[in-house]
Ligand binder design. Structure first.
Ligand SMILES: [Fe+2]
Length: 139
């Protein structure tokens, strides 16, 4: 059955985002536990983070298996994922993060602006790497 237009499609997308964010949050928290010299807490958090990553993969697998057309999140083919990723990286560094940096400066947050601009640079590099992978697959 086609997921298009269903609530289940929206739920899969949202749940994927939650699991992916939990993965990073647990790693962040594990780092805090490290600074507090609580290795047992850090270990639990890193184990939980690994599980969350597995959960996030599970949602991506379901989206792909059900033929969901969500190129901004995932696609079945490697080439399509690379292509969408190049596009996303380019968008981040040419538009989004440069604009976010400008707003941050206007609002008095130069250090936040610097981080956006730094990531914009990384986005350009990533776009190049991914494009080279894509070109390699096509040749
Ligand atoms: Fe989970």
């Amino acid at each position: 059955m086609d997921l298009k237009g269903t609530q289940t499609l929206e739920h899969l997308k949202e749940a994927y985002a939650r699991e992916a964010q939990a993965n990073i949050r647990y790693h962040f928290s594990a780092r805090l536990a490290d600074t507090l010299a609580r290795p047992e807490v850090a270990q639990v958090l890193r184990a939980a983070a690994d599980e969350e990553r597995g959960h996030a993969f599970g949602f991506l697998d379901l989206l792909v298996e059900h033929g969901a057309r969500v190129p901004e999140i995932v696609a079945a083919k490697l080439e399509d994922n690379l292509e969408a990723s190049v596009e996303a990286e380019l968008h981040e560094f040419t538009e989004l993060y440069t604009r976010y940096a400008e707003v941050a400066i206007q609002e008095g947050f130069p250090e936040i602006a610097r981080w956006f601009l730094e990531l914009a640079k990384a986005g350009a590099t990533h776009a190049l790497w991914l494009q080279q992978c894509l070109d390699g697959l096509k040749s």
